[in-house]
Design a protein around this ligand. Sequence first.
Ligand code: SF4
Length: 320
Amino acid sequence: METSTGAAGRSDSTPVVAADAPDTAGRTAGAGETAGATAAPVVRPAAPPASLSPSRASDFMQCPLLYRFRVIDRLPEKPSEAATRGTLVHAVLERLFDAPAAERTAPRAKELVPGQWDRLRESRPEVMELFAGDPEGERLARWLAEAERLVERWFTLEDPSRLEPAERELFVETELDSGLRLRGIIDRVDVAPTGEVRIVDYKTGKAPRPEYAEGALFQMKFYALVVWRLKRVIPRRLQLVYLGSGDVLTYDPVQADLERVERKLLALWEAIREATETGDWRPRPTKLCGWCDHQARCPEFGGTPPPYPLPVRATGSAAV
Ligand code: SF4
């Protein structure tokens, strides 16, 4: 069984979820199943899915055809203001921990915004498309001010001067006994002197209504499962920090939770494998279609998907 963790290397991350849809972190989980979220004209060959991340698992649950477009066809998507702002805010929060504890103040964090924006523009020039029709820079100024507000709100929810993260932007990957490879990027891992682990994720959107909290926690339980498999320790606490609304959602998982998530992921992976082999990727329209970049190719909106780029199993033959 192969497992690994490492620095996430956010500089090459790309927005994957449109705008202030449920996940606004706007990042991918690493190579191999990166959503085509950049408008850069890089054509990558289609490939069968090799692993699962929380974002891609959510894509499949939301709409199998969306999953296909992102993971198999790897179709490019336009950067979005909200997802790009999420990437910027995450970078600022991460970098603030480079400073000594006493200097981790809101003004210091806000000062980091312009520099991190410059870095983001350099690593992903396509984000400037967002402000192409803004010669005076007014929209950009408002967008940056909103990023500063989100950064500032963090200080009403957590006190970074009292935190010493064990890990930031941690890339994690593990292979389950079934062979399913799970991967993801954890925003922050805190480890108490007693050894208890807390997994923290920042969201630049608003907290979901209570009836949707389970969906939000799915990603965190996914990470908890990976950490459990990697470190043999069940994280004591999962914490979602919603900068958009100023809420913190926590959950203390138990082993049964993580076993349930594992069963769910295995079932999901089976469904993905079946769709990959048959080429049967159904659209599942919801109100989230409003955020989808692929309406023009979607049958639900009168479009036609591109030819399926992978070989399909002959009708009637069983999957191997
Ligand atoms: S528009 Fe909606 S149904 Fe069509 S691919 Fe996108 S998310 Fe799926």
